[in-house]
Design a binder for this molecule. Structure first.
Ligand code: IPE
Ligand code: IPE
Ligand code: MG
Length: 264
């Protein structure tokens, strides 16, 4: 049984949180967008928006734990974000490193398991070892799984999976006719995780920007105009409420409250 199947939906809900929702998403994924506009509105440098974005991330992790969310995936840096000005890119790298250095102990103490998805090759300086350390230290934790999408691109992930399948076929380890959706999914970064049930994008943009294209095939999407640094408990709960009102059908005719495996 995979990690994804093992983990209970929902989980413990603390007394301080709202009444446990029916139809709560097990996996929430967030495109944390709007840091630059938040800063521009205040005539501050973009990096100040990113700094406030890290605070919103910290808050959201705490709220996710409190609300009993099992998996939280956050889009922190895309494959395409390297095209930003060098000082913004290095500022973002600095903030990521500082987040892990400052917050790892508290996350670990809160039983959070950290996973990182995205390409690890060619990352500058000491980032790759730091990401590996965060994963190693928290590997045995059983609480919230915090999935950090860093240097992540969905198309790149799909291409890498296709390459891995081709290599397995070429080496005689896999019959080409045995390639199905499960064989494909097993070669993605998210191999042992459940698909996101709910994808939230802040800042009012209505696109997915290369975020989890395979995994979100049947996700519900909530788009909010709130800029990421302003994303708070109420905004998260509003998205969960919106999700709870959705009727998921997975191609069938009746509402389905739990993810069903599709035939592959
Ligand atoms: C999201 O905020 C953070 C990253 C992409 C790293 P943006 O920096 O994209 O903010 P806007 O979209 O310019 O407002
Ligand atoms: C997506 O936001 C990436 C992250 C939030 C990390 P972008 O701001 O990079 O997306 P586009 O460029 O507006 O599509
Ligand atoms: Mg943006």
């Amino acid at each position: 049984m995979s990690d994804g199947e093992n983990r209970e939906a929902g989980g413990a809900v603390s007394e301080s949180s709202a009444v446990a929702r029916e139809n709560a998403p097990r996996h929430v994924a967030i495109i944390m967008d709007g840091n630059g506009r938040w800063a521009a509105q205040r005539k501050l440098p973009r990096l100040e928006g990113h700094r406030r974005g890290v605070e919103a991330l910290r808050r959201t992790v705490r709220n996710a734990i409190d609300l009993g969310i099992a998996y939280l995936t956050v889009y922190s840096f895309s494959s395409e974000n390297w095209s930003r000005p060098v000082d913004e890119v290095s500022g973002l790298m600095f903030l990521l490193k500082r987040f892990i250095r400052n917050d790892l102990a508290e996350l670990h103490a809160n039983n959070v398991r950290i996973r990182v998805i995205g390409a690890r090759e060619g990352l500058p300086g000491d980032i790759a070892p730091l990401l590996a350390e965060a994963e190693d230290v928290t590997r045995a934790n059983t609480g919230l799984v915090l999935v950090i999408a860093f240097n992540y691109g969905g198309r790149q992930e799909i291409v890498a999976a296709a390459r891995a399948l081709a290599q397995d076929v070429a080496a005689g380890r896999l019959d080409a006719n045995a390639i199905d959706a499960d064989a494909f999914a097993a070669r993605l970064y998210t191999a042992d995780m459940p698909d996101p049930d709910l994808v939230i994008r802040t800042s009012g943009e209505l696109r997915i920007s290369n975020f989890l294209p395979w995994q979100s095939a049947y996700a519900e999407f909530v788009f909010t105009p709130t800029l990421w640094p302003d994303f708070d408990r109420a905004a998260l709960e509003a998205a969960l409420d919106e999700f709870a009102r959705r009727e998921r059908r997975f191609g069938g005719v009746d509402a389905v409250h739990h993810v069903k495996k599709t035939a592959s």
